[in-house]
Ligand binder design. Structure first.
Ligand SMILES: [Zn+2]
Ligand SMILES: [Zn+2]
Length: 285
């Protein structure tokens, strides 16, 4: 399994020279599975880059799209995902919410006030809604399970298992001492690759952002170690943090307390082998 990031920013897209290295688009990830049907996680603005790259689009008519939650940075690219305009495409939307809730929140993106498309039900593509329960399901040949995170609105982490390898994706979670955190830590345990949101620095978090539903870089790293992750990719980068600032901050944290677990800032457009033990070095070298 290879995980590719098409969007790594949290909050809002931030294109420009300060984000060109790690990427300016909001959350969208793709689990590359060879010839299988595409499996995507979230449809922030990064899903537009996925569609533009076009690797899967001519061969596949079924798209499996898992949603973590409905904050705009995780769904706002969906009306611009051009397979919705193909009558040959079927887009399967999965989320651990009731069908009416998924329809209401995704459908709102097409409301005439916000979009000229007027109604999600008018789209040429077939949109199939699949509410997920707590049990594990198989999608595109991968075992998928979910777990609630501690966020400002209901939000879920996903765990993917195939061929003895495990990937956990935790985009929006505030790491703090409570039962939700303990439950999620158990869910993440033993992941070969852990993707974890890291919106703030610890200093920022403690001074201004407790209760905002996101973790700091330092807390995400501590979690990765706690759950025994093979490697850690930090994502959901703060939209106002430049690539340089993020890279320097992470280097400082790792210098102060060296970690055996490889830690890297996720980059838009890059693929990461879930099984690979080594992580390429950071920086523009
Ligand atoms: Zn988010
Ligand atoms: Zn959120």
């Amino acid at each position: 399994m290879t995980l590719r990031f098409w969007g790594t920013r949290g909050g809002i897209a931030r294109p420009g020279p300060e984000t060109v290295e790690l990427g300016g688009n909001t959350t969208c990830l793709q689990l590359e599975l060879g010839q299988d049907e595409p499996l995507l996680i979230d449809c922030g603005t990064g899903i537009i880059e996925y569609a533009q790259a076009g690797a899967d689009l001519s061969d596949h008519h079924h798209f499996h799209l898992l949603i973590t939650h409905f904050h705009w940075d995780h769904v706002l690219g969906f009306p611009f995902f051009f397979p919705i305009h193909s009558s040959e495409a079927t887009i399967h939307l999965y989320a651990p919410f009731d069908e009416e809730v998924i329809l209401e929140h995704m459908g709102a993106l097409f409301d005439g006030t916000y979009s000229p498309l007027l109604d999600m039900r008018n789209l040429p593509a077939t949109i199939e809604i699949h509410p997920l329960g707590p049990e594990c399901v198989e999608l595109a040949g991968v075992a998928v399970s979910c777990c609630p995170t501690d966020h400002t609105d209901p939000c879920f982490a996903y765990r993917f298992e195939r061929d003895g390898r495990t990937l956990c994706v935790v985009t929006d979670h505030e790491t703090r001492d409570n039962d939700a955190n303990d439950q999620l830590a158990e869910f993440m345990t033993g992941a070969d690759l852990l993707v974890h949101g890291a919106q703030f620095t610890e200093e920022q978090y403690l001074s201004d952002f407790e209760g905002f539903g996101h973790s700091s870089i330092e807390r995400a790293i501590a979690t990765g170690e706690q759950v025994g992750a093979g490697r850690l990719l930090l994502t959901h980068h703060h939209p106002l943090h430049s690539d340089d600032r993020l890279r320097l901050h992470l280097a400082r944290v790792l210098r102060q307390q060296p970690r055996p677990m490889p830690v890297e800032l996720a980059r838009e457009g890059r693929g990461y082998d879930v099984a690979a033990p080594e992580v390429p070095k950071l920086g523009p070298s």
